[in-house]
Design a protein around this ligand. Structure first.
Ligand code: C5P
Length: 402
């Protein structure tokens, strides 16, 4: 299991002989699924080359605070905001002193002041320097401010001494970095979700669609990504921004949506939040349909059934934990329960779209989730974002019990 899946880590490399272990640390962090950006102090560069860390991290190394080209690419404030965690390894006595004083005289110390992310130091220095009261006072002050210490360990040192001050090994540092994050509900799981309406063409200028805004599905995708899942969002035509860390595939018709979902398989969980058109015109006219000037007769459109995406995926041999939505205007719970059974679902989320303050196109929602034992769990009216986080926690819980 990749414990740092999609976590963004800034690795600060200070000027100590233990910097040679930082190269290995980049590898271990990436093995755990993290994205790593390296910042080096001028001292760090004396021990290991930026090129080595660039090759291992897959990104240019950040070196100077006052480099216009680097600032234009990803400025220090942007980097500070980007980070989910800042790890400084090795953290020298000098770096600890500067951090304790709040000095911001290079890129790394500036970034530590500018970030809201947790900061962890892996001290590495001679045992006498570590034991010195000045270093110990700095350590205590930094810890008081919430900065974490990874180590140091005790043992033989590069200078020939034996004692406290050795930097932890790369494996231990990567595990300590992972321990900084709460184990997320859906870490490492692939969650596939459909959202929005579909459009079914009548001719090159006309189509049939519905009132779905996609807001609920997008909020669920965002909440699932926050819960650590790898999220694939297959979206019908909507005007919504893609949530952070979500892989979005845009589609138009129900058949496109099915193709995209099947291509995204396998997945661990599938949530069908899209309002898929049940029918489409049997033939799409190659040219714009014209009124018959000689007749007042209506137009008859022959419609055919669309494939049921949810039932198709829930019916596969490698079926994911499957969650459907039932948007109904009447007999809500009865229809929802029937759908749960007919489509072979694990859960169904019922919402009453006849109530204008919830459901289609509104900002809020209120839903009832029904399971296979017909137990009902109600989530009372709240913003779609709030309902989405509650639903993801509930779905994750049931998924783990299944
Ligand atoms: O049967 P009904 O359309 O009411 O079922 C709603 C549920 O089934 C929703 O989860 C919806 O996303 C899904 N669905 C689907 N493909 C269809 C029709 C509905 O995935 N063609």
């Amino acid at each position: 299991m990749q414990r740092l899946y999609r976590k963004r880590i800034v690795l600060g490399v200070g000027g100590g002989i233990a910097a040679y272990k930082s190269a290995e640390l980049v590898r271990r962090l990436r093995d755990q699924g993290a994205e790593v950006r390296v910042v080096m102090t001028s001292g760090g560069r004396e021990f290991i080359t930026p090129l080595t860390l660039q090759a291992l991290s897959g990104h240019p190394v950040h070196l100077d605070l006052l480099d216009p080209a680097a600032e234009a690419a990803m400025g220090h404030i942007e980097l500070a905001r980007w980070a989910d965690l800042v790890v400084i390894a090795p953290a020298t006595a000098d770096l600890m002193a500067r951090l304790a004083q709040g000095v911001a005289n290079d890129l790394l110390t500036t970034l530590v002041l500018a970030t809201n992310a947790p900061v962890a130091l892996a001290p590495a220095m001679n045992q006498a320097m570590w034991a010195d009261p000045a270093t110990q006072a700095n350590r205590a002050l930094l810890q008081q401010r919430g900065i974490r210490m990874f180590g140091p360990a005790s043992g033989s040192q590069a200078c020939g001494d034996v004692g406290m001050g050795r930097m932890l090994e790369a494996d231990d540092l990567a595990q300590a970095a992972a321990d900084c994050f709460e184990r997320s509900l859906l870490t490492g799981k692939h969650l596939l979700i459909t959202a929005g309406p579909t459009q079914e063409n009548i001719d090159p200028v006309r189509y049939i669609t519905n009132h779905s805004s996609g807001k609920m599905g997008f909020a669920l995708a965002e909440a699932a990504a926050e819960a650590g899942a790898r999220v694939t969002l297959v979206a019908g035509p909507v005007f919504l921004p893609t949530p952070d860390r979500v892989h979005r595939i845009d589609v138009v018709s129900a058949r496109d949506m099915l193709t995209a979902c099947e291509a995204a398989m396998p997945c661990d969980l599938f949530i069908a939040a899209a309002a898929v058109a049940d029918y489409r015109p049997e033939v799409v006219a190659p040219h714009k349909l014209k009124k018959d000037p000689g007749s007042d007769d209506g137009l008859l459109l022959q419609m055919v059934r669309n494939p049921d995406i949810l039932a198709t995926l829930a019916g596969r041999a490698d079926r994911p934990f499957s969650v459907g939505f039932a948007a109904e205007t009447e007999n809500l719970l009865e229809y929802a329960t029937r759908k749960l059974r007919d489509k072979n679902l694990d859960l169904i989320v019922a919402n009453d779209v006849a109530n204008p303050s919830i459901g289609f196109n509104s900002e809020e929602n209120a839903v009832t989730v029904i399971d296979r034992q017909q137990h009902e769990t109600r989530f009372s009216q709240a913003s779609k974002g709030h309902i989405a986080r509650q639903l993801i926690a509930f779905i994750a819980d049931r998924y783990h019990q299944a």
